[in-house]
Design a protein around this ligand. Sequence first.
Ligand code: HEC
Ligand code: HEC
Ligand code: HEC
Ligand code: HEC
Ligand code: HEC
Ligand code: HEC
Ligand code: HEC
Ligand code: HEC
Ligand code: HEC
Ligand code: HEC
Ligand code: HEC
Ligand code: HEC
Ligand code: HEC
Length: 338
Amino acid sequence: MRILSLIIGYAVLYLVGAYTPTDSPHGKDFKISCSTCHSSKGWALDKEIYSFDHASTKMPLTGQHKDINCRLCHASLVFAEAKAKTECVQCHEDVHSNTVGKFCDKCHTSQSWLVNNITEIHQQSRFPLVGVHTIAECQQCHKSESLLRYDVQGVECIDCHRENYLATSNPRHEGIFSTDCSECHNIYSYEWGGSGFNHNFFPLTLGHSNLQCSQCHTNNNFTSLSTDCYSCHKDDYEATTNPPHNSGCYSTDCKICHTTNPGWGTVIQHESYFPISSGNHAGIACNQCHTNPANCTYDCLGCHNNQANITNQHGDVGGFTYTSTACFNCHPRGVGGD
Ligand code: HEC
Ligand code: HEC
Ligand code: HEC
Ligand code: HEC
Ligand code: HEC
Ligand code: HEC
Ligand code: HEC
Ligand code: HEC
Ligand code: HEC
Ligand code: HEC
Ligand code: HEC
Ligand code: HEC
Ligand code: HEC
C-alpha cells in the first residue's frame, strides 16, 4: 500500500514536475488555467471544454480563421509570440507584389480571397471606371506579367492613350491640343469622334448647332478663336436696322440681350434698366418710351403729359423739374416716391 501510494505519488509528481506552468509548451509567463483548454483526455486541445475567448485578444477569429488549427498561427505554442501579428500581410504573402499596398483588408476578409466588389473598389480609387472603361478587360490597363499585379501606367488619359494622341491626323493633335483628352473627349463615349467629342468650353447650342466646324474654325484655326459674340457677328451688328444697334445705345456685348436663339429675338434684361414686365408699365411697347429709334433716349412725358397736375403733385418735392430724365432719376423703378 505504502509502495503503491509512493508510486502514485511519484507519478503525480512526475506529471506535475514535467508539466508545471513554468515549462509547459506555452512558455513561462503563461497564466491561463490549463483546464480552459485541456482535460483528462490528454494534451490535445479539447474542443468540448475549450473556453478561451480569443476575441479578448487583438485578433478576434473570424471567417476561415475560426476553424483552422491553432498551430497554423501559433507554431511554437507560446501563444504570446503571436502578439501584435494582427495585420493580414504579417501572415499572408502579398501576392500582388506591393501593387495595391499592404492593407489587404481594404479588399479582402478572412472569409475568402475572392473579391466580388472590384467595381466599387475601383470607384474609390483615383480612376473610377466609367463609360467605355467599364467594358475594357482588366489586363488592357493592368498589363503586368502576373494577373495579380495591378500596376498601371498612370491615371491621366495621356498615360494610356499617348499612341492614340500621336496618331491623330484629323485634326492633328500633337503639340496643338491639350493632353487632357477630357477637355474635348467624353469619357462616357465609346469613340473619340462624333458624339464622343464635346465642345463644352463653348457649347454649340441653338443657332450654333448643326454648323460646319469650318464656319467658325476658318482656315483650320482651332486654337485662337475668340468666344466674344461680336468677334464673329460684327457684320450682323452693323447691319441692324430694327433697331439700329450702332446708334451708340446698344452694347456690343450681345449676350446682354441675345442668346444663340435663331432670329436674334431678344431676351433683353430690361428690368435692370426700368421695369416693363410688371407694375405700371407692363406691356408697354418699346417705341412708346424709346420714341427715337436712332438712339437710346427715352420719353416719359408722352404719357405723363398733364404738366400742371404733375407739378402740383410735387408741391413739396425739392428739385422737381418737368423733364423725362428728371422723372427717371427720381422714379428709377417707375413707382411713386422711390
Ligand atoms: C488557451 C488554450 C490552452 C491553454 C490554457 C493551455 N493549453 Fe496546452 N495546448 C493548447 C493547444 C492548442 C495545444 C496544441 C494541441 C494540438 O496541437 O492538438 C496545446 C498543447 C499542449 C501540450 C502538448 C505539447 C505538444 O508538443 O504537443 C502540453 C503538454 C500542454 N499543452 C500543456 C499545457 C499546460 C500544462 C497548460 C496549463 C499551464 C496548458 N497546456 C494550457 C492550448 C492550451
Ligand atoms: C489566424 C491566426 C490565429 C489562430 C488560428 C489562432 N490564434 Fe491565437 N492569437 C493570434 C494572434 C495574432 C494573437 C495575438 C493577438 C494580440 O496581439 O492581442 C493571438 C493570441 C492568442 C492568445 C493570447 C496570448 C497572450 O499571451 O496574450 C491565446 C491564449 C491564443 N491566441 C490561443 C489560441 C488558441 C487556443 C487557438 C486555437 C483554438 C488560437 N489561438 C488560434 C492568432 C491566431
Ligand atoms: C496571425 C496570422 C494571420 C493573420 C494576422 C491573418 N491571417 Fe488569414 N490565415 C492565417 C492562417 C495561418 C491561415 C490558414 C493557412 C492559409 O490558408 O494560409 C489563414 C487563412 C486565411 C484565409 C483562408 C485561406 C484560403 O485559402 O481560403 C483567408 C481568406 C485569410 N486568412 C484572410 C486573411 C485576412 C483578410 C487577414 C487580415 C484581415 C488575415 N487573413 C490575417 C493567418 C493569419
Ligand atoms: C485594392 C484591392 C486589393 C488589395 C488591397 C489586396 N488585394 Fe488581394 N486581390 C484583389 C483582387 C481584385 C484579387 C482577385 C480576386 C478575384 O479574382 O476574385 C485578389 C486576389 C488575392 C488572392 C487570391 C490569389 C489567387 O491566386 O486567386 C490572394 C491570396 C490575395 N489577393 C492576397 C492579398 C494580400 C495578402 C493582400 C495584402 C498584402 C491583398 N491581397 C491586398 C484585390 C486586392
Ligand atoms: C481602363 C483601365 C482600367 C481597367 C479596365 C481596370 N482598371 Fe484597375 N485600375 C486602373 C487604374 C488607372 C488604377 C489606379 C488607380 C489609383 O491609383 O488610384 C487601377 C487600380 C486598380 C486596383 C487597386 C485599387 C486600389 O484602391 O488600390 C485594383 C485592385 C484594380 N485596379 C483591379 C482591377 C480589376 C480586377 C479590373 C478588371 C475587372 C480592373 N482593375 C480594370 C485602371 C483600370
Ligand atoms: C489606365 C489606362 C487608361 C486611362 C488612364 C484612360 N484610359 Fe481610356 N481606355 C483605356 C483602354 C484600355 C480602353 C479600351 C481599349 C482602347 O480602345 O484603347 C480605353 C478606351 C477609351 C475610349 C474609347 C476609344 C475607342 O475608340 O474605343 C475613350 C473615348 C477613352 N478611353 C477616353 C479616355 C479619357 C478621356 C481618359 C482620361 C479622362 C482616359 N480614357 C483614360 C485605358 C485608359
Ligand atoms: C482641344 C480639344 C481636343 C483635345 C484636348 C483632344 N482632342 Fe482628340 N479630337 C479633337 C477633335 C475636334 C477631334 C475630331 C472629332 C470629330 O471628328 O468628330 C478629335 C479626334 C480624336 C481622335 C480621332 C481622330 C483621328 O485622327 O484619329 C482621336 C484618336 C483622338 N482625338 C484622341 C485624343 C487623345 C488621346 C487626346 C488626349 C491625349 C485628345 N484626343 C485630346 C479634339 C481634341
Ligand atoms: C459657332 C462656332 C463654332 C463652331 C460651329 C465650332 N466651334 Fe470649335 N470653337 C469655337 C470657339 C469660340 C472656340 C474657342 C473656345 C475657347 O477658347 O474657350 C472653339 C474651340 C475649339 C477647339 C479648341 C479648344 C481648345 O481648348 O483649344 C476645338 C478642338 C474645336 N473648337 C473643335 C471644333 C469642332 C471639331 C467643331 C465641329 C464639330 C467645332 N469646333 C465647331 C467655336 C465653334
Ligand atoms: C441692349 C440690348 C441689345 C444688345 C446689347 C444687342 N442687341 Fe441686337 N437687338 C436688340 C433688340 C431689342 C432687337 C430687336 C428684337 C426684336 O425685334 O425682337 C435686336 C435685334 C437684332 C438683330 C435683328 C434686327 C435687325 O435689324 O437685323 C440682329 C441681327 C442683332 N440684334 C444683332 C446683335 C448683335 C450682333 C449684337 C452684339 C454685337 C447685338 N444685337 C446686341 C437688342 C440688343
Ligand atoms: C467663333 C464665331 C462665333 C462666335 C464667337 C459666336 N457666333 Fe453666333 N454664329 C456663328 C456662325 C458661323 C453662325 C451661323 C451663321 C450665321 O447665321 O451667322 C452663328 C449663328 C448665330 C445665331 C443665329 C443667327 C440667325 O440668323 O438665326 C445667333 C442668334 C448667334 N449666332 C448668336 C451668338 C451669340 C449671342 C454669341 C455670343 C454668346 C455668338 N453667336 C458667338 C459664329 C459665332
Ligand atoms: C416705360 C418706358 C420704357 C419702355 C416701354 C422700354 N424702355 Fe428701354 N429703357 C427705359 C429706360 C428708362 C431705360 C434706362 C435708360 C438709362 O439708364 O439711361 C431704358 C434702357 C434701355 C436700353 C439700354 C440703353 C442703354 O443706355 O444702355 C435698351 C437697349 C432698351 N431700353 C431697349 C428697350 C427695348 C428693346 C424695349 C422694348 C422691349 C424697351 N426698351 C422698352 C424705358 C423704357
Ligand atoms: C405709355 C405710357 C407711359 C409712359 C411712356 C410712361 N409711363 Fe409712367 N405710368 C403710366 C401709367 C398708365 C401709369 C399708372 C397710372 C398713373 O399713375 O398715371 C404710370 C405710373 C407712373 C408712376 C407712378 C407710379 C405710382 O406708384 O403711382 C411713375 C413714378 C411713373 N409712371 C414714372 C414714369 C417714368 C419715369 C417714365 C419714363 C421713363 C414713364 N413713367 C413713362 C404710363 C406711362
Ligand atoms: C426730385 C425728385 C422727383 C422728380 C424730378 C419727379 N418726382 Fe415724382 N415724386 C417724387 C416724390 C418724392 C413723390 C412722392 C410725393 C408724395 O407722396 O408726397 C413723387 C410722386 C409722384 C407721383 C404720384 C405717386 C402717387 O403715389 O400718387 C407721380 C405720378 C409722379 N411722381 C410722377 C412723376 C413724373 C411723371 C415725373 C417727371 C415729370 C416726376 N414724378 C418727377 C419725386 C420726384
